[in-house]
Design a protein around this ligand. Structure first.
Ligand SMILES: [Zn+2]
Length: 273
């Protein structure tokens, strides 16, 4: 089963790229086609070539490469994107090259081209439109049970849909929401406003735990993740419910698959109420 890169995969990508880019001057910035999901910024090469990378960071499922010119390149991996760090020549699915003063050649590789690259000036948190609408980071202290309870007041949509709403919490995707709801024993179908405060107090740490575990697992498989031959994959292969329709939940119930908003939801009808 394939799904798109989620927050832990992007976090691991950013951590993996940092040693190649931080403090490095970009000596060459080349695009090999005009667009991914949307066109590359027309002035991408002009604005980034010669700039020094000051920091790498992540916001939701976006990576941010910041420079000493106060320009920030913001990338999204879409469905199938990854960065290739081994250098060499550009391959068929390599669409952007960053070359550094140390001689590293980093290719943005994206066979399905649902990813994106944008360039913003100044504070990206204030100037990149998507970031302005985002809710808090799930791993931040701002995302706690009190915040979530307030955000869900009066919301009749299923709790699963609300957790995927980036304006409520930024960066959660299908897999980790399924996993966290199972861990917290909450039905994905339950109207969000009806989830008790006691349950939210279990859910929030569950969300943080599934993300942190995936990031920790990612650190040990970083080499594979950045490899062009390796499947993008996911770090945590032993999902609790995701992709396990018909198998047993740890409570003894049988894991079901339903479709919500066009996406597969895996859950245990016995223990998730
Ligand atoms: Zn169960």
């Amino acid at each position: 089963m394939r799904d798109m890169p989620e927050l832990p995969e992007v976090e691991t990508t950013v951590r993996g790229l940092a040693p190649f880019l931080e403090g490095q001057r970009l000596t060459s910035v080349i695009t090999f086609r005009p667009d991914l999901r949307r066109p590359f910024p027309a002035d991408l090469a002009q604005r980034l070539t010669g700039a020094t990378v000051t920091a790498l960071s992540r916001r939701a499922k976006y990576g941010v490469i910041s420079t000493d010119r106060h320009d920030h390149m913001i990338f999204h991996l879409g469905m199938s994107g990854r960065w290739r760090t081994e250098g060499g020549a550009a391959g068929k699915h390599d669409h952007l090259l960053l070359e550094t003063g140390a001689g590293h050649r980093l290719f943005l590789h994206d066979p399905r081209r649902f990813g994106s690259v944008d360039l913003v000036s100044g504070d990206p948190l204030a100037s990149f439109p998507a970031f302005v609408t985002f809710g808090p980071e799930p791993l931040s202290d701002a995302f706690d049970a009190a915040y979530l309870a307030q955000a869900l007041v009066g919301r009749r949509a299923p709790i699963k849909a609300m957790l995927l709403d980036q304006t409520i919490v930024a960066g959660l995707g299908n897999i980790y929401v399924c996993e966290a709801l199972n861990m917290a024993r909450i039905s994905p179908l339950k109207p969000a406003a009806d989830v008790s405060k006691a349950k939210l107090a279990v859910l929030v740490p569950a969300i943080k735990a599934v993300l942190a575990a995936a990031i920790a697992a990612g650190g040990s498989t970083l080499r594979d993740f950045l490899s062009p031959e390796g499947d993008l994959g996911y770090f945590a292969k032993d999902w609790r419910v995701y992709g396990r329709e018909g198998e047993s939940c740890e409570c003894g119930g049988t894991i079901a698959r339903i479709v919500q908003s066009g996406r597969s939801t895996f859950y245990c009808p016995k223990c998730q109420r």
